[in-house]
Ligand binder design. Structure first.
Ligand code: UDP
Length: 345
């Protein structure tokens, strides 16, 4: 079994590749290296440089390897940037993957797992959020992923694509080999740890006047390895229970996005201040903070109901916030180069 992992040189892509290899599957990591790192690709996986929007390159790769399925993680991920440059996000996260879907059709590859996002829900009416909640993204990043989910639903209907859209909440933590290094870094936990390491003078807290107990935003942090395990389950289900997936599509009068979407979170929310407190305990250091204005597009509270994936047999193992942060801290101290990100706080 060879799996094409797009974005395989990125943070989550490298951990998913690791999990696939441990499961005995062959991994072809496709990455244009715009944000990924060749050394993030685990030993045992094959790195192919290329873009999901390059039909000729995809044809080469599909001809060269006996690919059984695709896990698509190559995407831009910065919400703020997406608001400033919508077309950049729609082009990269929605338009280019259509070329990948066409290549799959040409080469008769039917199984597709999408890395989607909680950002498809926008400002939820209630938490925890189930997959049946309305999808009303409030930024181009969330829209770009939702548009791709829609394309998958249509492709499933007319071309027999089998897919699962995994809506990640806040991926965090590290394995022994793979951790988070975005440039520039915009995510809370790595920024907190950069501050703890003295690479940044202060952490900016983006707003403390939200309608939450301590006024800071609440998120559902999920360990990246637990996230990776869900991809293996999703792939297995596409292979082993294809009829169930297909009949769902046939029964639906219109593409029912929710039927193929799975939330991935722990179902427990932590505020920005709780994350900082936990990191102080993990690092044994005081983390200097300053209050900053709200970040546009931030919902107060995003917590997942992941019952669908739990019902499929998923069992997250690293659910303790301190354990998640400790894994990221260990990785940072062992692997991460000194901060390269632009210091903004
Ligand atoms: N956040 C913050 N300061 C930072 C980075 C993030 O206060 O320097 C907050 C952000 O506003 C959000 C939470 O931390 O409420 C998680 O943000 P992150 O960018 O990690 O993930 P998101 O929830 O946007 O996917």
């Amino acid at each position: 079994m060879a799996i094409l992992v797009t974005g395989g040189a990125g943070y989550i892509g490298s951990v998913v590749s690791e999990a696939l290899l441990e499961d005995g599957q062959e991994v072809i990591a496709l990455d244009n290296l715009s944000h990924g790192y060749p050394d993030a690709v685990p030993a045992g996986a094959r790195l192919e440089r290329g873009d999901v929007g390059d039909a000729g390159r995809l044809d080469e790769i599909f001809r060269q390897y006996a690919i059984d399925g695709v896990i698509h993680m190559a995407a831009f991920i910065e919400v703020g940037e997406s608001v400033r440059e919508p077309t950049k996000y729609l082009e990269n996260n929605f338009a280019r993957p259509l070329t990948l879907l066409e290549a799959m059709r040409r080469h008769k590859v039917r199984d597709f797992v999408l890395s989607s996002t909680a950002a498809v829900y926008g400002l939820p009416d209630a938490t925890p959020i189930a997959e049946s909640a309305p999808t009303r993204p409030i930024n181009p990043y969330g829209s770009s992923k939702l548009m791709l989910e829609t394309a998958l639903a249509w492709q499933a209907r007319s071309q027999g694509l089998r897919y699962a859209a995994l809506r990640y909440f806040n991926a965090a933590g590290a394995t022994a080999a793979s951790g988070e290094r975005h440039v520039p870094e915009s995510h809370l936990i790595p920024l907190v740890l950069e501050t703890a390491a003295g690479e940044r003078p202060q952490l900016a807290i983006f707003g403390d006047d939200y309608d939450t107990p301590d006024g800071t935003c609440i998120r559902d942090y999920i360990h990246v390895r637990d996230l990776a395990e869900a991809h293996l389950i999703a792939l297995r289900r596409l292979r082993d229970a294809p009829d169930a997936a297909e009949s769902t599509a046939r029964e639906a009068g219109a593409p029912q996005l929710a039927t193929r979407a799975y939330n991935l979170g722990n179902g427990r929310g932590f505020s920005v201040r709780e994350v900082i407190d936990a990191a102080e305990r993990v690092c044994g250091k005081k983390i200097p903070v300053r209050l900053a204005p709200r970040r546009p597009g931030d919902p107060a509270r995003l917590v997942a109901a992941s019952d669908k994936m739990l019902a499929a047999g998923w069992r997250p193992r690293h659910t303790d916030l301190e354990e998640i942060i400790a894994s990221a801290w260990r990785w940072k101290r062992q692997h991460a180069p000194a901060a390269k990100s632009q210091v903004s706080s």
